[in-house]
Design a protein around this ligand. Structure first.
Ligand SMILES: Cc1ncc(COP(=O)(O)O)c(C=O)c1O
Length: 384
């Protein structure tokens, strides 16, 4: 790992880790090494340690070093998508006969990976309310190898006490995996709280501009990091150089963006709380949120995601989404522009009928970094 790993402040690491000046030209931003293979000086004579870009590519290495540094882990790895990262992780950690505890509220695609893919390998899972450590403890069996946590969760913004679940995982001899996509490492440091592996959809806040799909794994431990790196190459779903470069660029502004996302989301959540057509607001920054105290303990601020339920059921929720103008109707999240969606019919359609089904009257917002007053005005007109 580079010297920059040792910088104390997050903001400095976000900008400098992995970002060494190009040795050939002095370019202050790592070039996009859009290349598949590398000239060897005689058989086996590698110039910079690179032989083939699935195994390693300098632009991807820059991002992977940065990821490790900003999450406080020993090894970072970049993949073609968040789900590609999850797939590699699960195939590394699990064997037939193993058991996994997964949250009752999580990204629908993560649940689909467990329920439709991983289960077919002979791995079974229990769905638990991970915001309740006692529920996690009682779901653990002597075959449990992984406890999976997403906090804040997608789309209900549930909060799990990472340190408490890390204790349970340690006692059970299981690995604790934390999906840190909603918080980002600027707001929350799962490895410092006891996680073994952090997962990211880099598509979201890390990229930050809705222009790239990518995934990340950060291992707390060098040995597991090495095993994951071996599997990353063996399975092959790596991030391409341009995608890695876009994420590396996005991360430089992550702290300022997350501060602004959090400020705007707080304004939005407060307005929605007093709106007569809104029956419930789910935002961990609100004092009445059941996870507020834990969130305040383990997060620097509460992030940019807000969900709310509207009077009038599914149709009313869909109409709010359709009427929004500045909030763009679309899936995904974490970009500078605000998005609105109906999880039941969009991002979480794959969990309908399962233990993870979401309320039909739920609307999810990814609050961007536009002027807060403009965002409030748009939501007020959408609510009618
Ligand atoms: C919390 C969370 N984890 C993982 C993923 C999957 O990431 P990707 O879409 O990059 O494959 C998503 C995607 O929405 C997500 O929201």
């Amino acid at each position: 790992m580079s010297d920059q790993h040792s910088f104390h402040s997050f903001e400095t690491r976000a900008i400098h880790a992995g970002n060494t000046a190009d040795p050939l030209t002095g370019a202050v931003v790592p070039p996009i090494y859009q290349v598949s293979t590398y000239k060897q000086d005689g058989v086996g004579g590698l110039r910079g340690g690179y032989e083939y870009s699935r195994s390693a590519n300098p632009t991807r290495t820059a991002l992977e070093e940065n990821l490790a540094a900003i999450e406080g882990g020993r090894r970072g790895l970049a993949f073609a998508s968040g789900l590609a990262a999850e797939d590699c992780l699960l195939r590394t950690l699990l064997r037939p006969g193993d058991h996994v505890v997964i949250p009752n509220d999580a990204y629908g695609g993560t649940f689909r990976l467990f329920a439709k893919v991983v289960e077919r390998w002979g791995v079974d899972f229990s769905v638990a309310d991970t915001s309740d450590p006692a529920a996690v403890r009682s779901s653990v069996t002597d075959r449990t190898k992984v406890i999976w946590v997403e906090t804040p969760s997608n789309p209900l913004l549930g909060i799990t006490d990472i340190a408490a679940v890390a204790d349970i995982a340690r006692t059970a001899g299981a690995k604790l995996v934390v999906d840190n996509t909603f918080a980002s490492p600027y707001l929350q440091q799962p490895i410092a709280l006891g996680a073994d592996v952090v997962v990211h959809s880099l598509t979201k806040y890390m990229g930050g501009h809705s222009d790239v799909v990518g995934g990340g794994l950060i291992a707390a431990d060098a040995e597991l990091g090495e095993e994951l790196a071996y599997h990353q190459n063996a399975m092959g779903a790596v991030a391409g150089p341009f995608d890695a470069w876009l994420v590396l660029r996005g991360i430089k502004t992550l702290p300022v963006r997350m501060d602004r996302h959090s400020e705007n989301a707080t304004r939005v959540a407060e307005m929605l709380t007093s709106h007569p057509k809104v029956t419930q607001v789910l935002y961990p920054g609100l004092p009445e949120h059941p996870g507020h105290e834990i969130a305040a303990k383990q997060m620097r601020a509460f992030g940019g995601m807000v969900s709310f339920r509207v009077q009038g059921g599914e149709q009313a929720a869909v109409e709010v989404c359709n009427r929004a103008k500045l909030f763009t109707l679309g899936e995904s999240l974490g970009g500078v522009e605000s998005l609105i969606e109906h999880p039941g019919r969009m991002t979480h359609a794959s969990v309908v009928g399962s233990a993870l089904e979401v309320p039909a009257d739920l609307v999810r917002l990814s609050v961007g970094i536009e002027a807060a007053d403009d965002l409030l005005a748009d939501l007020q007109q959408a609510l009618g």
